[in-house]
Design a protein around this ligand. Structure first.
Ligand code: HEC
Length: 240
């Protein structure tokens, strides 16, 4: 009896220790990487626009990557900035198998890559510290909308050929199928009306005001997804 309590307490302490160290460093990946890579620092400075679309159900990391690996090899997580604040982040463990550095939107738990806001190829061997040029990163770009949100719609909207309501949300077709196109289910609204969220039927669907039964299976949809679409439409629904 006593033993099992001690067991439980020590398990709890170990779990706490893991959690604390896990949160403490921004590094998402094991410390082992540290000794393998070149001993250099790469610093990225950037400003964000459309900060309202800073993710809370996803993460933004600055990290090293390789196209064959679906998550960052080494990375640091970016925290939400105060308005207009310039952010500076340094990465000091760059494993030999990394082929590029990037500011990447990743899934919250699996760290799977979703959308790269900025990439910087690693050419040859890194021998000295690098300061990357200052970047302005728009958080509400269409490329992100596609990867983060529309990837959840493809089973019914064109992924396998069939497109409900004739609406294709695949990479190649989604933009022209949505922007300034009249909704089939509401002749008074566009699916996406640039800069006009009230006249954008896509939001009515995502917020569950209409066609709820057809979209009840969309349990993967997160609050962030709607905020992102809103912000993208508010800032003009541009194709970039
Ligand atoms: C399980 C299948 C399914 C999934 C997944 C799904 N939809 Fe749909 N969607 C439908 C069906 C069916 C309709 C057609 C309803 C009708 O016209 O009666 C529809 C219609 C729509 C319409 C209205 C089109 C128009 O012109 O009136 C929009 C907008 C839409 N879906 C957006 C989305 C988005 C965005 C996603 C992903 C976040 C999504 N849907 C995921 C089944 C689905």
């Amino acid at each position: 009896m006593k033993n099992s309590i001690i067991h439980k307490i020590s398990f709890f302490l170990v779990a706490m220790a893991i959690t604390i160290t896990g949160c403490d460093s921004g590094d998402v990946y094991p410390e082992d990487n540290k000794d393998e890579g070149a001993d250099i620092d790469v610093t990225l400075r950037f400003k964000l626009t459309n900060v309202e679309a800073f993710p809370t159900n996803y993460k933004i990391v600055f990290g090293s990557f390789n196209d064959d690996i679906s998550y960052p090899i080494s990375s640091k997580m970016i925290s939400a900035p105060a308005d207009d604040e310039e952010i500076s982040v340094s990465l000091n463990n760059i494993p030999d198998n990394a082929t590029y550095l990037a500011l990447y939107l990743v899934q919250e738990h699996s760290n799977s890559k979703l959308y790269p806001f900025y990439t910087y190829p690693i050419v040859g061997e890194l021998t000295e510290d690098i300061e990357l040029p200052l970047q302005t990163i728009d958080l509400a770009v269409f490329g992100r909308v596609q990867k983060q949100v529309f990837s959840q719609c493809l089973q019914c909207h064109g992924g396998s050929g069939f497109a409900a309501a004739g609406l294709y949300l695949t990479d190649d077709k989604s933009y022209s199928a949505l922007v300034n196109v009249t909704a089939k289910n509401n002749a008074e609204k566009k699916l996406v009306a640039p800069s006009n969220i009230l006249n954008s039927y896509l939001l009515d669907v995502l917020e569950g005001h209409v066609l709820q039964n057809q979209h009840s299976s969309l349990s993967s949809l997160k609050d962030d997804d709607i905020v992102l679409i809103e912000q993208w439409i508010k800032s003009g629904a541009k194709d970039e």
